[in-house]
Ligand binder design. Structure first.
Ligand SMILES: C[S@@+](CC[C@H](N)C(=O)[O-])C[C@H]1O[C@@H](n2cnc3c(N)ncnc32)[C@H](O)[C@@H]1O
Length: 408
């Protein structure tokens, strides 16, 4: 959003206009805009206020009720950490004894709000003046938080004794544009050499302060985890949202870990120490157990499927596919459990006959390690019947198979 419009929006008249708007409703936004212009408000200000109103409605997903009092930029909202995840970042800083956090590349200030909310002093820096202005508005309730327009590279961080209780948080922007994923959605591409501030800058900051965290893409390569750091992949309600690299006092256990935040808000953590044995591969379909575990995606991204197999004394269906089979039934907060009803080598004809005989009219299709077009498969199956089934199409011992499973 244009800086000049934002500056007017945070002025008396603009803020008054924004606060007077009813809850956003797409169907009446145009007529509302017309009425406001007829009432004498400037067209740019009305457009800016309606944009903010729309972004606030969209921001509810990440910020809940807080969104109604916040300002956004469209990019800033998209890149912002959701508040429940930001609160966990902040808690880690607080527990490590950090009192002053430098949020370097603060965006609209989501993480900064979480730090300030835990009574940490916050210096939030962003190179984009409009974004920094928005962050300043979002941090207005906390006098211990200040916002600066500037680059990370030029920011003078505390040193010596002054750095003793200081920490830094970085959430670099991804400079590559998104690519379409074939479903019309855009997926932001991650390359470590295409983030801003750069990975080299992040590491320089990490070397200069006793407690530093950097939020990176879930595609962060395992080989790039710096020695002595903790790299933690986090999923929120099943979606992997970040990989944070923690340095210094913020490291709980060095190496890779996964944090799984469920829909009840509770989190389970898995670390490399939970992988107590090498994960055995399944020799063939005959050896399949009656239970199938689907590790959370954060666990898979962190390369910790072995923690699931260790818990249930299981085997992985095929190296790297991430499904674990076992005869043991255990409740794991970081894996979904299914009962295996049937298993067969892959073949559409055989599967169609199998489902027809059982009156299955609807299927949920899960696939890993194979290329199958789920929509095309559904058409080929000519399903009819009242029953539902879940199909897992994957590999066992290098061969494509289909398992018919039921959540348990
Ligand atoms: C992913 S966003 C941060 C989001 C933020 N953590 C939040 O949850 O709201 C990254 C921000 O870094 C800023 N940025 C990128 N390169 C920068 C640099 N070299 N110096 C300062 N800010 C920078 C961008 O303007 C952008 O607002």
């Amino acid at each position: 959003m244009d800086l000049a419009v934002l500056e007017r929006l945070v002025s008396g008249e603009g803020w008054g206009l924004l606060e007077s708007l009813p809850p956003y409703d797409e169907s009446s936004a145009m007529s509302l805009g017309e009425r406001l212009r007829e009432a004498g408000f400037d067209a740019d200000l009305v457009a800016g206020a309606l944009t903010q109103s729309r972004l606030r409605a969209r921001g509810r997903d990440k910020f809940g009720d807080f969104a109604a009092g916040m300002l956004f930029t469209a990019d800033g909202l998209e890149q912002a950490t959701r508040l429940d995840v930001a609160a966990r970042h902040a808690e880690r800083f607080r527990r490590a004894g950090v009192r002053h956090v430098w949020d370097l590349g603060c965006g609209i200030g989501s993480d900064a709000m979480a730090f300030a909310g835990l009574d940490l002093r916050v210096s939030a820096v962003d190179s984009d003046p409009a974004t920094a202005l928005v962050a300043g508005v979002n941090l207005r309730h906390w006098p211990s938080a200040s916002t600066l327009v500037g680059s990370v590279e030029q920011t003078r961080l505390p040193a010596g004794e002054g750095a003793r209780h200081a920490g830094a948080w970085l959430d670099p922007a991804r400079r590559l544009p998104g690519v379409a994923d074939g479903m019309g959605r855009t997926r932001r591409v991650f390359r470590l050499d295409a983030i801003s501030p750069s990975w080299a800058t992040v590491q320089q900051v990490a070397a200069s302060l006793p407690a530093v965290g950097a939020k990176l893409s879930p595609a962060f390569p395992h080989a790039s985890v710096p020695a002595g750091c903790e790299a933690q992949w986090t999923s929120y309600r099943g979606e992997v949202v970040e990989c944070v690299v923690w340095w210094g006092a913020l490291v709980r256990r060095s190496g890779r870990s996964a944090q799984v935040i469920g829909s009840d808000g509770r989190a389970a953590t898995v670390t490399e120490a939970d992988v107590t044995a090498e994960i055995p591969p399944l020799p063939g379909l005959d050896a399949l157990g009656h239970v199938l575990y689907e590790p959370d995606r954060a666990v898979i991204r962190a390369g910790l499927t072995g923690a699931v197999s260790a818990e249930v004394d299981g085997a992985e269906l095929d190296p790297g596919v991430g499904y674990v089979t076992s005869e043991r039934t255990r409740e794991l907060p970081f894996a979904r459990r299914f009962v295996v009803e049937d298993a067969m080598p892959w073949g559409v004809k055989r599967l169609r006959a199998h489902l027809r005989d059982r009156g299955v009219g609807r299927v949920t299709i899960k696939k890993r390690g194979v290329t199958v077009d789920a929509d095309q498969l559904r058409r080929q199956l000519h399903l009819s019947g009242d029953r539902e089934a879940t199909l897992v199409i994957t590999r066992v011992a290098g061969r494509q198979v289909v398992l018919v499973v039921r959540p348990s």
